[in-house]
Design a protein around this ligand. Sequence first.
Ligand SMILES: Nc1nc2c(ncn2[C@@H]2O[C@H](COP(=O)(O)OP(=O)(O)OP(=O)(O)O)[C@@H](O)[C@H]2O)c(=O)[nH]1
Ligand SMILES: [Mg+2]
Length: 457
Amino acid sequence: MPTLIEDTIAAISTPIGKSAVGVIRLSGQDSRKITESIFYFAQHTLQDRTPVLGNIQRSHSEPILDEAVVTYFQKPRSFTREDVVEISCHGSPIVLKAVLNLLLEKGARMATPGEFTLRAYLRGRIDLMQAEGIRDLIEAKTLFQAQVARQQASGSLSKRVKPIKESLVNLIALLEAGIDFADDDVSILSDLEIDRRLDDIIVSLSDLDNSFSVGRLINEGLTVAIVGRPNVGKSSLFNKILDQNRAIVSEIPGTTRDIISETSNLEGMPIRWLDTAGIRDSSSRLENIGVDRSKEVLGEVDRVLLVFDGSVSLTEEDKALLSTIRKQPFFLVINKIDLDQKLTQKQLPPLKEPIVRVSSLTGDGIGSLKALLLGELADHSALEQDGAFLSNFRQKQQVEEALKATKGSLRSFKQEMPHEVFLIDLHRALKSLNGLTGETTIEDILGNIFSTFCIGK
Ligand SMILES: Nc1nc2c(ncn2[C@@H]2O[C@H](COP(=O)(O)OP(=O)(O)OP(=O)(O)O)[C@@H](O)[C@H]2O)c(=O)[nH]1
Ligand SMILES: [Mg+2]
């Protein structure tokens, strides 16, 4: 990871391959000079934010490599806060490479992955969470993920962390002042006030810590298993949800033997659906293997859809399954509502979990099932915070450490330890929050983040 940012970097910013247009980007103090040395156009000098058409040539006497549109962004009004030039050529990989080589010949250095964004960070244009937002935006697999990442890139999470950090800094400053003036017997903050402030910080940090469940949901999605005894219509439900004939359906109980998985995108949240073998005691060895797999999978999923067949009365197998599954998050799905219903509410034990009635044959109720699932999975209050939630493990770890340290500090305070003692923990909490935003440069976390970028970003 280069720490010197005085040189000028260049890279092809568009994906390698044939395309209509390909962009080469430069950043650094010589961007303009280097570009002007290979770019021939009527005006001769590049003007800030004014695209111009011209020819790329090593020199006047040499052949034209390509016709290009060049835009110069004068510092600090650029992505990196340095002088930036964007050269839009035709998207021929050979031409782009030749132009890049010319730039390197004239003094630019090939950029490392993520180096443009690293420079934006080092020059203070963005913080670490915003940098991660830019990376997530590029990596997004759903439009929803992209929207959230864009909000983070423009600072939504940073805005949420800022007041927490300010309260912490403020408290530390006041306590330090209290120590400095101890001889004068000055108590700047009352014990009640210290207690209240520590509590406030802990509540905010806990909320922030919990917000990771939303970030995880958006970025990684969830796994939902469809479980039930044989023939209740699990595979039919699976197919209907996915809107494709993926799993084999038949009237013979024990049709599905293996776990079938398929991912779909529910309002932008990636959901991995699992169809499982119907659970029952079987004399077939093969079927039993499938049943064991279904049971194993139960422990690994985020949510279970327990399916009952509404056209028959509740069976002992249904009841046994219900009592096993009650220990984890689940919904009850009563299937086959297009048939005469024999399963009455009275047969069911009292449940706090939602019950959805569907027909996997006609599709009735499938929309409500999806809506319910979405409503339960995503904490909407967190979603409404415009992308202000933790979205990766690095962020979560920093916040957890800050929270732990602040709680430690509150404990010491309650045990009436001297201020010096619980200040140590508060400083530790601040260090973790600094690590979150990247305000104190920590080389190893920088390396970690920026090496996952693609070159040219
Ligand atoms: N009328 C009606 N029939 C359904 C419905 N859902 C499933 N079926 C039928 O019920 C039978 C069993 O369906 P499957 O989807 O294979 O059931 P399963 O739970 O996957 O069964 P196993 O794989 O054996 O555990 C098939 O004949 C389906 O056509 C429904 O909503 N209404
Ligand atoms: Mg099946």
